[in-house]
Design a protein around this ligand. Structure first.
Ligand code: NAD
Length: 477
């Protein structure tokens, strides 16, 4: 059993002050695989005090030096890539090849991109003709509490930590208690890069403990949060007492509009994308909206595709999907599949229960429902498992109306052979991101949502701006 009880505070690995033990469960086997500590108020206070003390000097460090630290982190990150992939695979169930390529790969992609974006970033700029004697200084917000989920752990940690570092913020990272091991390795990587003490701190904990302590803490200037809309609401309310800045990356219920003139791989691509990471992605295209002319054929292809997706343990090589993260999620997904059946959706692949031969572990059958209406629970709630809902539509207007009829607004997808229509939809869909015809986002592109998917943007120069104040100085000479 792996034991990682210490926290990284003020440049050193320290024993917890007020912690209790927490077992991390391997979702492939349902057996405990590690013990960590969940911090308490004294641990949170110590980390915040370290970050606060480190802030003035770090903020004043020239951007080029901060970027040089990010370069060292990238080097150390690449050297520990295999350790992180193993940890992610063990604790949250990502199949090992996928963990290497996508989970850990996303982290190095983001670090490299922030280095490039920060090199181009004007941290200090004249206002020009509009106000010739004024200057803008983009100055770090201060001490940031960074709270991350388990589903793409290194993706989310690097999106926050590296952007915050190059912006000049100091920080306390509280990763998800479901996937803490990879964050501990990340803290070792940061330690190896030799950052000034107190700039980066890691305290493990849960939401009601360290998470809410950071959110309420008077010396924390900002919370950067990725997780559920449920926790996002609680965090917003709690942060209001100290009027701290809050950046929220929350849930989604993305629509994938497939028009009759879409390419012939569109349906298959949509199913695979929905099921990737065992359906545990905020931006998964979970509602497939199919134009009536090709509806029956699309349902058939979707069912065939889902039935052909292998499911298996995370430590096995190959292109399969693993278990979902924990028992709570497993039971919630089972209930939602049952609800889909009870509300009258037509089950065409998968269903309740574990896949054949997998009697232990949180494995879910890749599941497809046809004849779903947008009012059904499976079309409204974020399921966070390998479950796809197919909804028919007639006209473009009809498709747009159904796609936008959701409280969420993270990513929508459009598949059509008509470029003019694709561009019309890109404007009409109310979401922070629109991906067309299988084209994925570039690393420097901003990631974030509208409506109840949150606010704030991560990635590229927008991700750096999230951690900056805009200071105007008049009378600059
Ligand atoms: P979660 O909200 O339960 O937990 C996320 C993090 O918040 C964890 O570290 C948890 O300990 C902490 N937390 C929970 N309650 C808290 C509270 N009251 N105060 C402070 N911190 C609290 O979410 P999860 O189950 O870990 O992750 C899945 C969710 O994350 C899904 O809804 C998914 O859509 C969302 N997500 C969003 C994005 C995005 O960029 N929009 C990316 C990935 C995941």
């Amino acid at each position: 059993m792996i034991e990682k009880r210490q926290f990284y505070i003020n440049g050193a690995w320290v024993n917890p002050l007020a912690a209790k033990d927490h077992k991390v469960i391997n979702p492939s086997t349902e057996e405990p695989c590690a013990v960590i500590s969940l911090g308490g108020q004294a641990d949170t206070d110590a980390a915040v005090a370290a970050a606060k003390a480190a802030f003035p000097a770090w903020m004043a460090t020239p951007a080029a030096e901060r970027i040089a630290f990010a370069e060292k982190i990238l080097e150390a990150y690449k050297a520990r890539a295999e350790d992180m992939a193993q940890a992610i695979s063990l604790e949250m169930g990502a199949p090992i090849d996928m963990a290497r390529e996508q989970q850990v790969g996303a982290g190095s992609w983001h670090i490299a991109n922030f280095i490039a974006a920060a090199r181009d970033f004007a941290f200090d700029e004249p206002l020009g003709d509009h106000a010739p004697n004024d200057r803008i200084i983009h100055e770090a917000v201060g001490v940031v509490g960074m709270i991350t989920p388990w589903n793409w752990p290194m993706n989310q940690v690097t999106l926050k930590v590296i952007a915050g570092l190059v912006a000049g913020c100091t920080m306390i990272l509280k990763p998800s208690e479901e996937s803490p091991l990879n964050a501990v390795i990340f803290a070792e990587i940061v330690d190896a890069a030799g950052l000034p003490k107190g700039v980066f701190n890691l305290v493990n904990g849960d939401g009601v403990g360290v998470g809410s302590q950071l959110t309420a803490h008077p010396d924390v200037d900002m919370i950067s949060f990725t997780g559920s809309s449920r926790a996002g609401r609680i965090i917003s309310k709690s942060a209001a007492d100290t009027l701290k800045r809050v950046s929220l990356e929350l849930g989604g219920k993305g629509a994938n509009l497939i028009f009759a003139d879409a390419d012939d791989k569109a349906v298959k691509r949509g199913v695979i994308r929905c099921m990737n990471n065992t359906g545990q992605s905020c931006n998964a295209p979970t509602r497939m909206l199919v134009q009536r002319e090709i509806y029956d054929q699309a349902v058939e292809i979707a069912a065939e595709t889902a039935n052909a997706i292998p499911v298996g343990p995370a430590n096995e090589a190959g292109r399969h999907i693993g278990p979902v993260v924990n028992e709570v999620q497993f039971n919630k997904i089972q209930d939602l599949i049952q609800q889909g059946i009870d509300e009258g959706a037509r089950l065409v692949a998968g269903g309740t229960g574990r896949p054949d031969g997998l009697n232990r572990g949180f494995y879910v059958k890749p599941t497809v429902f046809a004849d779903v209406t947008n009012e059904m629970t499976i079309a409204r709630e974020e399921i966070f498992g390998p479950v796809l809902s197919i909804i028919p539509f007639d006209t473009e207007e009809d498709g747009i109306r159904i796609a936008n009829d959701t409280p969420y607004g993270l990513t929508n997808y459009v598949q059509t052979g008509d470029p003019a229509r694709a561009n019309r939809l890109a404007r009409a869909l109310r979401s922070g991101m629109v991906e067309m015809n299988g084209q994925s986002r570039g690393a420097g592109s901003p990631f974030g949502g509208m409506k109840q998917s949150g606010h704030g943007r991560e990635g590229g120069k927008w991700g750096i701006e999230d951690f900056l104040e805009v200071k105007s100085v008049s009378g600059w000479t």
